[in-house]
Ligand binder design. Structure first.
Ligand code: ZN
Length: 348
């Protein structure tokens, strides 16, 4: 089969790899229907996160179950399934409280599992899925082709945006500010809106992203950044600040702005992978601003978000503005790197 390996910054290659096979009775083999390129893949592509050894890249995919191991109970051949960006058993103590991203036997795609067996990654034709019963969420029937982008968005960005809003405790009637206008930030706008926020302020200076933010329910858009952006939020909220702030970038500047625009007693939900972020604990103490969140347990939110997509209550697939065949994966990365695309979908 063909699958993608990243060797070095800006060196992504689609290569022949062995077809995966069932290695453990809890495995399933999934034929990939669509895969995403993630903003976090770009950290490697741009050289911001070092690549120690080349690895198979891609952690967002949906597909069809082709084969199941003898212990797999909940999945059947031909099922359409959504994979969260990490695999998990969904039964250990951490999974049972809904933090499947900390599963005691789980792991990430494209790396060896706990027994040293390679787990394939999403940006390829087939994936061996460990702990298939706990990891994969199936739809009742094969969805319309038009639903595929929105179901794929649940693999990562929509679940991550949802986690930011959940961690920040977004409630009916709240004023919510979203820092970051990448696919996760836009998804966070949609999550806050779906949770009943009355005012959702998107911080974005890019026309195409502002437009999607508005379609996702943003009531206000602020184009300024840094201190000017913070001042604009305070002005918009009559000097009060936001009940909830969703930090979807992961830089020190984004976190500083997020804490600055939270009202006293407000909470920052953070889901951007931190790169050089330090928290101003003294400021948080004096203003009673909380910070909660972390790596999203996308698996926790999958069943409910799947139903929301299938009932057309949400359409998170709008974040995919570039749809390419898998053999153009290098262009998919370049387009996102050069900000010609918000998010790329690849079709094997
Ligand atoms: Zn677990």
């Amino acid at each position: 089969m063909k699958a993608t390996t990243i060797y070095a910054p800006r060196d992504v290659r689609l290569e022949d790899q062995p077809d995966p096979t069932i290695r453990k009775p809890t495995d399933a083999i999934v034929k990939v229907v669509a895969a995403g390129i993630c903003g976090s893949d770009l950290w490697y592509y741009r050289g911001d996160t070092p690549i120690r050894d080349p690895f198979r890249i891609g952690h967002e995919f949906v597909g069809i179950v082709e084969e199941v191991g003898s212990d797999v109970r909940s999945l059947h051949l031909g099922d359409f399934v959504i994979a969260p960006f990490m695999y998990s058993d969904n039964t250990c103590p951490h999974c049972r409280v809904g933090i499947q991203s900390a599963c005691s036997v789980g792991g990430i795609w494209g790396r060896p599992d706990r027994d040293g067996l390679l787990t394939d990654s999403g940006q390829g034709e087939y994936v061996r899925v460990p702990l298939a019963d706990g990891t994969l969420v199936a739809t009742r029937e094969t969805p319309d082709a038009a639903m595929v982008p929105s179901l794929l968005a649940l693999s990562d960005v929509m679940g991550t945006g949802w986690h930011a809003a959940t961690a920040a405790g977004v409630q009916d009637g709240d004023t919510v500010v979203v820092v970051g206008d990448g696919a996760v930030g836009l998804s966070a706008v949609l999550a806050a809106s779906r949770m009943g926020a009355e005012r959702v302020v998107a911080m974005s200076r890019h026309e195409a992203r502002q437009q999607i933010a508005r379609e996702f329910g943003a009531t206000d858009v602020i184009a300024e950044r840094g201190e000017a952006g913070e001042a604009a939020v305070l002005q918009l909220t009559d000097g009060v600040g936001a009940d909830a702030v969703l930090e979807c970038v992961g830089t020190g500047q984004a976190m500083t702005s997020a804490i600055a625009v939270a009202r006293p007693g407000g909470t920052v939900g953070f889901v951007g992978i931190p790169h050089g972020v330090e928290l101003p604990v003294r400021t948080m103490f004096s203003r009673n601003v909380g910070v909660a969140g972390g790596i999203a347990p996308a698996r926790q939110y999958l069943p409910a978000l799947r139903d929301d997509v299938l009932s057309c209550a949400i359409n998170p697939g709008l974040v995919f503005d570039l749809d390419l065949p898998l053999d153009q994966v290098t262009e998919g990365y370049a387009a996102m790197d050069e900000r010609r695309a918000i998010k790329t979908m690849l079709r094997p």
